[in-house]
Design a protein around this ligand. Structure first.
Ligand SMILES: [Zn+2]
Length: 406
């Protein structure tokens, strides 16, 4: 899926994942042709920069595009596998540090030159809206918006990225040393070190900050975690007014509004899947060290019961769809999918509405009804575009339908 230009969200959403904090964000790195045949080597664009490490050379030009000489360490568990800290302190506003393998760094280096198109770079104004930290131990601050329209977004692009296999590959104190180096080499390490922590145990501060504030991220096909200090300050709500969208070709992310956000209104995203009942949401949110008091969690008993009923019903219908698919019972699967669609609309879970159209399209496609399948596939694309979840491209429908057959 990661090589596909169009990345349908339906299946992950069906299983409860969301664009924000999804376990698999499906980020595709730019395709980079390695070791092209000699006839193609005249085209520098096609060539990846070679992997570099601390042995490449002593001069800055040797480790370009990074501004610091990579510091590397070999895996204790898997000798021969090396991880290095790659930093470019001039990237974006605050710089970027990546702890990863040399090949992954080389393959992703081109992403440093790319920007997320279609978003306004509003960092200075954005900063001014960060008011104060309001909860001990939690990293929440109140982020209030200027008027923000649906699909309008902010582009944010500075971070620490960490290969998830790194912490397990070496002793803790070595891991901590490299984490601190990654932070120190940013233009303003305090932006990272000032973030909240959720662990009461006396673990290393950088480990705690990353564990509390990071998003799942895929780089070079490997699982990484990514920390965007500004995004990390956005509060959670179970019915958020915005979501975080990752760029497939750069290190930028966008914060995209689901709906009109009034001046002074707090911007919120969801840290967890949006289709869970209140009790489960509260349980899941404890890992960030707070109890959710959003408008949905503090609504009247009747409203909470109605919402919980719909969300539990969605979960059980999703199981029915899976079971019906495994039993090749298309009629039941389609009927249950329509019910999920209506419940998702009633619950205002926009991303689920968009993905449910795709689920229905796939079911009709499977049943051989190409016309209805195409209609729902188009509805899914239109809704995703409307939400700002994807950008409209002329070949989207063709790519999506092609994906149905694979
Ligand atoms: Zn809540």
């Amino acid at each position: 899926m990661k090589d596909s230009k169009y990345r349908p969200a339906a299946i992950s959403l069906l299983l409860g994942a969301i664009p924000v904090l999804a376990e698999s964000t499906g980020i595709a790195t730019k395709h980079c042709l390695r070791d092209p045949p000699p006839a193609l080597r005249h085209d520098g664009q096609l060539r990846c920069p070679p992997p570099i490490d601390e042995s490449t050379g002593p001069k800055p030009v040797d480790w370009s595009p990074w501004t610091h000489r990579p510091e590397c360490v070999e895996s204790e568990k898997d000798p021969g596998v090396k991880y290095c800290v790659y930093s470019n302190s001039r990237h974006g506003d605050q710089g970027i540090s990546i702890i990863t393998k040399p090949k992954t760094a080389a393959d992703s280096a081109g992403m440093l030159n790319e920007e997320f198109p279609g978003a306004t770079h509003l960092i200075p104004r954005y900063r001014a809206t960060l008011l104060s930290t309001c909860r001990p131990r939690a990293w929440v601050s109140w982020l209030r918006a200027r008027l923000l329209k649906p699909r309008r977004s902010w582009r944010i692009g500075r971070l620490v990225v960490l290969d998830l296999s790194f912490p397990k590959a070496m002793q803790k104190h070595v891991g901590h040393q490299y984490l601190h180096l990654a932070s120190d080499q940013l233009a303003d390490p305090e932006r990272v070190l000032g973030l909240g922590r959720s662990s009461t145990a006396a673990v290393d501060i950088m480990e705690d900050i990353l564990g509390t504030n990071s998003f799942s991220y895929t780089l070079g096909g490997d699982a990484h975690m990514a920390l965007y200090p500004e995004v990390a300050r956005i509060n959670h709500a179970c019915k958020p007014n915005a979501f975080v969208r990752f760029s497939p070709t750069s290190f930028d992310v966008k914060v995209v509004a689901f709906r009109d956000i009034e001046a002074g209104e707090e911007i919120t995203i969801s840290y967890i899947p949006m289709n869970h009942p209140r009790e489960k949401r509260q349980r899941d949110l404890r890992r960030w060290g707070f109890e959710c008091k959003c408008s949905l969690c503090t609504a009247s008993k009747t409203e909470i019961a109605t919402s919980d009923y719909r969300r539990e019903k969605i979960a059980s219908l999703q199981e029915n769809v899976m079971k019906a698919i495994s039993e090749l019972d298309g009629t039941t699967a389609v009927r249950a999918s329509y019910d999920i669609l209506e419940l998702a609309k009633a619950e205002d879970i926009h991303t689920m509405v968009a993905s449910q159209y795709e689920v229905i399209a796939r079911l009709f496609w499977k049943a051989g009804d190409v016309e209805t399948a195409t209609k729902y596939a188009q509805k899914s694309l239109d809704t995703h575009v409307e939400l700002g979840y994807i950008d409209s491209r002329p070949d989207d429908l063709e790519l999506l339908l092609k994906d149905f057959t694979t």
